[in-house]
Design a protein around this ligand. Structure first.
Ligand code: BTN
Length: 242
């Protein structure tokens, strides 16, 4: 185990899912903040029961952190902003944007995914996958076109990226703890794709089209349809050209 910017970090050659391992660890946490990574992940999970194709060379990390449950909805924006800042620091001119609720897009393609799950007690397990060297090929099970940092001219390694990310995340957490959600929301909206334009949101039982008007104070998506603003708490967003 190694201390990386205040996070006690353990790296494994192979795990089923880093989230499962970190959730187990949260029952007896080795430190208040801990990080688990694996070179190979054999049962990576995505949001809404999807699987996460875990290609070797990419980053699979899970962080354990204690946060009151009522703040979890805001946390995802702090995380995606930290991912954006980490990529930008590697290549400032890169075409990068954020997609509600928690995707980071490079040249319009998804390069990372975030899966938040409950751990023991007040622990939240923050699972993050970053396509460092390669992206899964498009297939029926893939909801969005994926991309990688390597194909966008960024040469980095999973551990280098992890260290840089933890530094950005620490800064983001500090700002959020000190100043609340307002500056997080502001920064997220500056980097968001599709604000003010037409989007489609797939919900479990219906699909809604409308204008993406921004974020509510709780992080929900504001969608204008038929002159009415709808607040959407969870769904999959598609842009016109998707
Ligand atoms: C998504 O569906 O976009 C979220 C994907 C999250 C994948 C990461 S990889 C590390 C961690 N372990 C898992 O099993 N899933 C997350």
């Amino acid at each position: 185990m190694e201390n990386l910017h205040g996070w006690l970090w353990e790296d494994f050659a192979e795990l089923g899912s880093t989230n499962d391992y970190a959730a187990g660890l949260s029952a007896q946490p080795p430190a208040p903040r801990f990080a688990v990574t694996a070179v190979k992940q054999t049962a990576g999970r995505g949001r809404r029961g999807r699987s996460w194709q875990s290609l070797e060379g990419n980053l699979f990390m899970s962080l354990g952190l204690e946060i009151e449950q009522q703040r979890w909805g805001e946390l995802v924006f702090v995380i995606s902003l930290a991912l954006l800042e980490t990529v930008r620091a590697l290549k400032p001119e890169i075409d990068i944007s954020l997609k509600w609720p928690n995707d980071v897009l490079v040249a319009g393609n998804k390069i990372s995914g975030i899966l938040l799950e409950k751990g023991a007690g007040m622990y939240i397990i923050i699972g993050i996958g970053v396509n460092i060297v390669s992206a899964p090929a498009v297939s029926g099970s893939l909801l969005y076109q994926a991309g990688s940092l390597a194909e966008n001219g960024i040469r980095t390694g999973r551990v280098t990226f992890l260290k840089a990310f933890l530094q950005q995340f620490n800064c983001g957490l500090e700002r959020w703890n000190r100043q609340g959600f307002a500056p997080v929301k502001e920064l997220w909206l500056q980097a968001a794709r599709g604000v003010g334009s037409e989007i489609r949101v797939n919900l479990p039982r219906e699909s809604l089209s409308g204008i993406f008007k921004g974020l509510g104070d709780d992080g929900c998506l504001l969608l204008e349809t038929a002159g009415e603003i709808k607040k959407i708490a969870a769904g999959d967003v598609f842009f016109r050209q998707d």
